[in-house]
Design a protein around this ligand. Structure first.
Ligand code: NAD
Length: 264
């Protein structure tokens, strides 16, 4: 049964990876999906893959206030309402300890992963208040437990978690729910790039399977199913929740094959 019939979903980073899987599931559940991404090529590819007239595509850098304002304006002009804002776009470079992170890398990480959430809220909150809609943020397990050689990225996801809880409190009186999903690893271009940057890329597949208690590193469909739930009426009394979609990766106390530690 469709869980999101005629909901208008504004989905950032929906042209690839986890976002593209979310777009597929949102469409399967009867929603109209406005897919926002920063490269025309990835939008074209997503359009071909989705091949669905209920999918709409907007070129937009989520770190740019003007772009986000225009994208939300266009969505409202086309569809008259927004029921869900899913802040999913993200970047993960560099794989470095904090002292090797440049100012530009730091700024880009925080602009794309964190500031974007402020911008979609700034331009989209009035629409969500009208629809008593919800916000979903794609966080990461590393925002809670940290990650070696990836401090700046982990810090952005810690900020996403704090924002999710604080925004949930701010908007609860307007009946706007705010939740996050927190995957560990998910096979996407982002993860493949990160894997290739590790000291022993050949060992990463086994490592990524092992860190998940359920024994494998998933594709984005598992995250998408959780997002459909959070966007739906079934989650009507859930707000401020950071939902792990991590095959138990956060539970610890297991023997895992770890790569050699990096000597700083
Ligand atoms: N893949 C993982 O293992 C993993 C784990 C935990 C959390 N996450 C998070 O999931 C989200 C999606 O990651 P993914 O693995 O699917 O990545 P991906 O690189 O496969 O896809 C990223 C998407 O975001 C878009 N994007 C990037 N920068 C943008 C910008 N400035 N403006 C607009 N769109 C932009 C890209 O065009 C693409 O559509 C990210 O927030 C990421 O941090 C990923």
């Amino acid at each position: 049964m469709e869980q999101l019939t005629n909901k208008i979903i504004f989905l950032t980073g929906g042209s690839a990876g986890i976002g593209l899987e979310c777009a597929k599931k949102y469409l399967q559940n009867g929603a109209v999906v406005v897919i926002v991404a920063n490269t025309a090529e990835s939008l074209r590819t997503a359009k071909q893959i989705l091949n669905n007239e209920k999918a709409h595509f907007i070129l937009c850098d989520v770190a740019n206030a003007h772009d986000v304002e225009q994208a939300i304006k266009e969505t409202l002009q086309l569809f008259g309402q927004i029921d869900v804002i899913h802040n999913n776009a993200g970047v993960a470079q560099p794989s470095s300890p904090i002292h090797n992170t440049s100012d530009d890398e730091w700024d880009r990480l925080f602009d794309v992963n964190v500031k974007s959430i402020m911008l979609t809220a700034r331009y989209g909150i009035e629409a969500l208040k009208k629809s008593t809609g919800c916000i979903i943020n794609t966080s990461s397990l590393v925002g809670e437990i940290g990650q070696d050689n990836h401090a700046a990225y982990a810090a952005t996801k810690g900020a996403v978690n704090a924002l999710t809880k604080s925004m949930a409190l701010d908007y609860a009186s307007c009946k706007v729910r705010v939740n996050a999903v927190a995957p560990a690893g998910v096979w996407t271009d982002m993860l493949r790039k990160w894997s290739n940057e590790q000291p022993d890329p050949g060992s990463m597949e086994r490592y990524l399977n092992n860190i998940h208690a359920l024994g494998y590193c998933p594709e984005g469909d598992v995250v998408a199913d959780a997002c459909v739930f959070l966007a739906s009426e079934n989650a009507r009394f859930i707000t401020g929740h950071i939902m792990p979609v991590s095959g138990g990766a956060e539970l610890g106390y297991r023997v895992v094959t770890v790569p050699e530690p990096v000597v700083l």
